[in-house]
Design a protein around this ligand. Structure first.
Ligand code: M6R
Length: 604
């Protein structure tokens, strides 16, 4: 995902900025740029692709003496990965870099265009710099123009802005996207969207909080909070360990990836939600023409996301949907009909079985779509159409944020199709779009629940196995919970539809059998509850996850009340991810690189 760096000082600024951006490469990006301000003159370099391209563009540029610079790596969301859309974005004499999304950018853009601003990119970011320059005309100072700009922005942002009239200054702000400011003994001030960019360059940093904004020069940083009160600067020492910095203070990449699901889901939804419909700019309009059924195909966690989609697509879009495990599909000589849309789901876009299935479907003349996290992967290149999940690089072998983004894309796809096929009332689509907008906050980790899971994990380290059970979309979620636990704890776990227990599996019930029961308030609560009661009556140890009390539980994880089962789904997903991680930690396992597993399975 996008990365930001900033620098005020006397060292060669180009090298410092590009070096900082390189430390953020692990987040993924498709274009990059830097702007340097020296002696009231700007130098701007942008390039599509890797940082090496930016270095080539800026090859001849050298700076000596004092300068101010900002840099950015962009993962395309609004508009394609082109040089024009790459940051920094320019007004007439100011430059900005930005992470996040300006939700009211269309409205601001129309207003500013009417007032004479000339936009050259397709991004939401560009409104920031034009708005700043608009206020600069009447404000008593550039800082006042900056604060007036912030007052008008809605959405999430981390912003650095520089303007020619103040040669030694960076204006900064943070709301919903991370931003860190650091300093060192050489009187330099640096910024980064992750502390990874500042390691080795700063000895102490401030992790800005939401609503923080301010102004920085080489020898002074002034920081304000959301109520415009000046804030004391509380620096904390910066670690010198690059790997731990990439983990943003978390113990494992898996933990970091669980915690960043709110941010990545905001990226996944970005630009795709309209008031009454879901819009996928990347889908050719004729993709669904002549299509009467959908076949989903995937492996592992992506297969579980596909299973969730079977419920949503049939329920919302009233289109016949089936799902296949790719390794089975390949060899079972399936009957394929040209009115079926073949949809593969893959985090990596390289999984051998899924890729081969896609090739088979193409060969059979089916239209194909891939839902994938990696642009330019083999599947994205091969399929007729692709929707990127925008989860950023996922390092933990156990997939977490990739699953969250896949399910959210599939939910959106079901609504997109529902509005095309007119299978849901407009007000119902609008209601679900509102729910989708809340996803980034629904998946924010609740510290007290995480603490509870940390404590109760010690009771789940032995026994002869786990059953994860649920109904409807909570059945694939149960499968995913069981897979997460298996992968990193090496304990035996199975996911089951809760109604299936009495057809055999309940024979295993005894106190050493742990049942993790998903009891959402808004989907078949009573039915699931009686299945869990049957297990409890046979002495299985029950850990229930529900917003409602459940007196038959040995352990109860109380989730929040939500107005819809899909929001309960996403919160329970986080609980299951944390539960398996905490059990694996107690067992002393390598959470990020579990034994016998690889992140991308490129062999059969
Ligand atoms: O990259 P893909 O989504 O195609 O990978 C499929 C599976 O290998 C993957 O989801 C695997 O099951 C995960 N490690 C599960 O956490």
């Amino acid at each position: 995902m996008c990365g930001i760096v900033g620098y005020i000082g006397t060292k060669p600024v180009k090298e410092i900025l590009i070096d900082g951006l390189r430390e953020l490469e692990y987040r993924g990006y498709d274009s990059a740029g830097i702007a340097v301000l020296q002696n009231h003159q700007f130098s701007l370099f942008k390039a599509v692709g890797k940082l090496i391209n930016l270095e080539e563009k800026a090859q001849k540029f050298e700076s000596t003496g004092f300068s101010v610079g900002i840099g950015h790596t962009r993962w395309a969301t609004h508009g394609k990965p082109t040089e024009l859309n790459a940051h920094p974005h320019v007004g007439s004499s100011s430059y900005v870099v930005h992470n996040g999304i300006i939700e009211n950018y269309q409205e601001l853009k129309s207003k500013l265009t009417a007032q004479g601003s000339h936009f050259i990119s397709q991004t939401d970011t560009e409104v920031i710099v034009h708005l700043f320059e608009f206020h600069l005309k009447t404000a008593s100072s550039p800082f006042e123009a900056f604060t007036k700009t912030l007052e008008e922005l809605e959405g999430a942002y981390a912003i650095l802005l520089v303007t020619a009239s103040v040669n030694d200054t960076i204006f900064f702000a943070k709301q919903g996207s991370p931003m860190i400011v650091g300093r060192n003994q050489e009187n330099e001030t640096l910024f980064g969207s992750s502390d990874a960019a500042l390691i080795g360059k700063c000895h102490e940093v401030i992790y800005l909080e939401d609503g923080h904004y301010g102004i920085a020069t080489a020898d002074k940083i002034s920081l304000y909070d959301k109520n415009n009160n000046q804030v004391d600067l509380h620096f904390t020492p910066l670690s010198e360990n690059k790997l731990s910095a990439q983990k943003d203070g978390h113990r494992f990449f898996m933990e970091k990836e669980i915690y960043e699901q709110g941010t990545v889901l905001a990226d996944t939804l970005m630009g795709r939600l309209r008031d009454e419909t879901v819009y996928f700019e990347e889908l050719p309009p004729e993709l669904f023409d002549g299509i009467h059924s959908i076949k989903l195909c995937a492996c592992g966690t992506s297969y579980h996301a596909a299973l969730v989609a079977t419920y949503l697509l049939e329920r919302h879009a009233k289109i016949q949907t089936s799902v296949e495990i790719a390794s089975e599909f390949r060899y079972r000589e399936p009957l394929l009909s040209p009115d079926t849309l073949f949809v593969v789901i893959s985090q990596s876009g390289e999984t051998a079985d899924t890729l081969e299935s896609l090739k088979m479907a193409k060969k059979a003349g089916l239209k194909t779509l891939v839902i994938c996290n990696v642009d330019n992967s083999s599947m994205v290149r091969l399929a007729d159409a692709s929707i990127l999940t925008r989860a950023g690089i996922e390092k933990g072998v156990a997939s977490t944020k990739a699953f969250a983004t896949q399910v959210s894309v599939l939910w959106m796809l079901s609504l997109h199709l529902a509005s095309e096929r007119k299978t849901l009332q407009e007000n119902e689509i609008a209601r679900q779009i509102k729910l989708l907008r809340t996803l980034p906050s629904v998946v924010v980790v609740d510290n007290s629940i995480h603490e509870q899971l940390r404590r109760l994990s010690k009771r789940y380290l032995h026994g002869h196995g786990f059953f994860f059970i649920g109904r409807d979309v909570f059945f694939p979620l149960a499968l995913e919970g069981a897979l997460k636990l298996k992968e990193i704890s090496y304990l035996h776990a199975e996911g089951y539809p809760s109604g299936e227990m009495k057809h055999g599996p309940i024979a295993l019930a005894d106190p050493e059998l742990f049942t993790i029961a998903l009891l959402p308030q808004h989907k078949l609560y009573d039915k699931t509850k009686s299945n869990v009661e049957e297990l409890s009556a046979r002495d299985s140890t029950i850990c229930s996850i529900s917003p409602l009390d459940f007196d038959k539980a040995d352990d109860h994880i109380r989730t929040h009340f939500h107005e819809d089962y899909m929001l309960e789904f996403f919160e329970m997903m986080v609980v299951l991810q944390l539960l398996s991680m905490e059990i694996a930690v107690r067992l002393g396992n390598d959470v990020d690189m579990p034994r016998n597993l690889a992140k991308s399975v490129t062999v059969e």
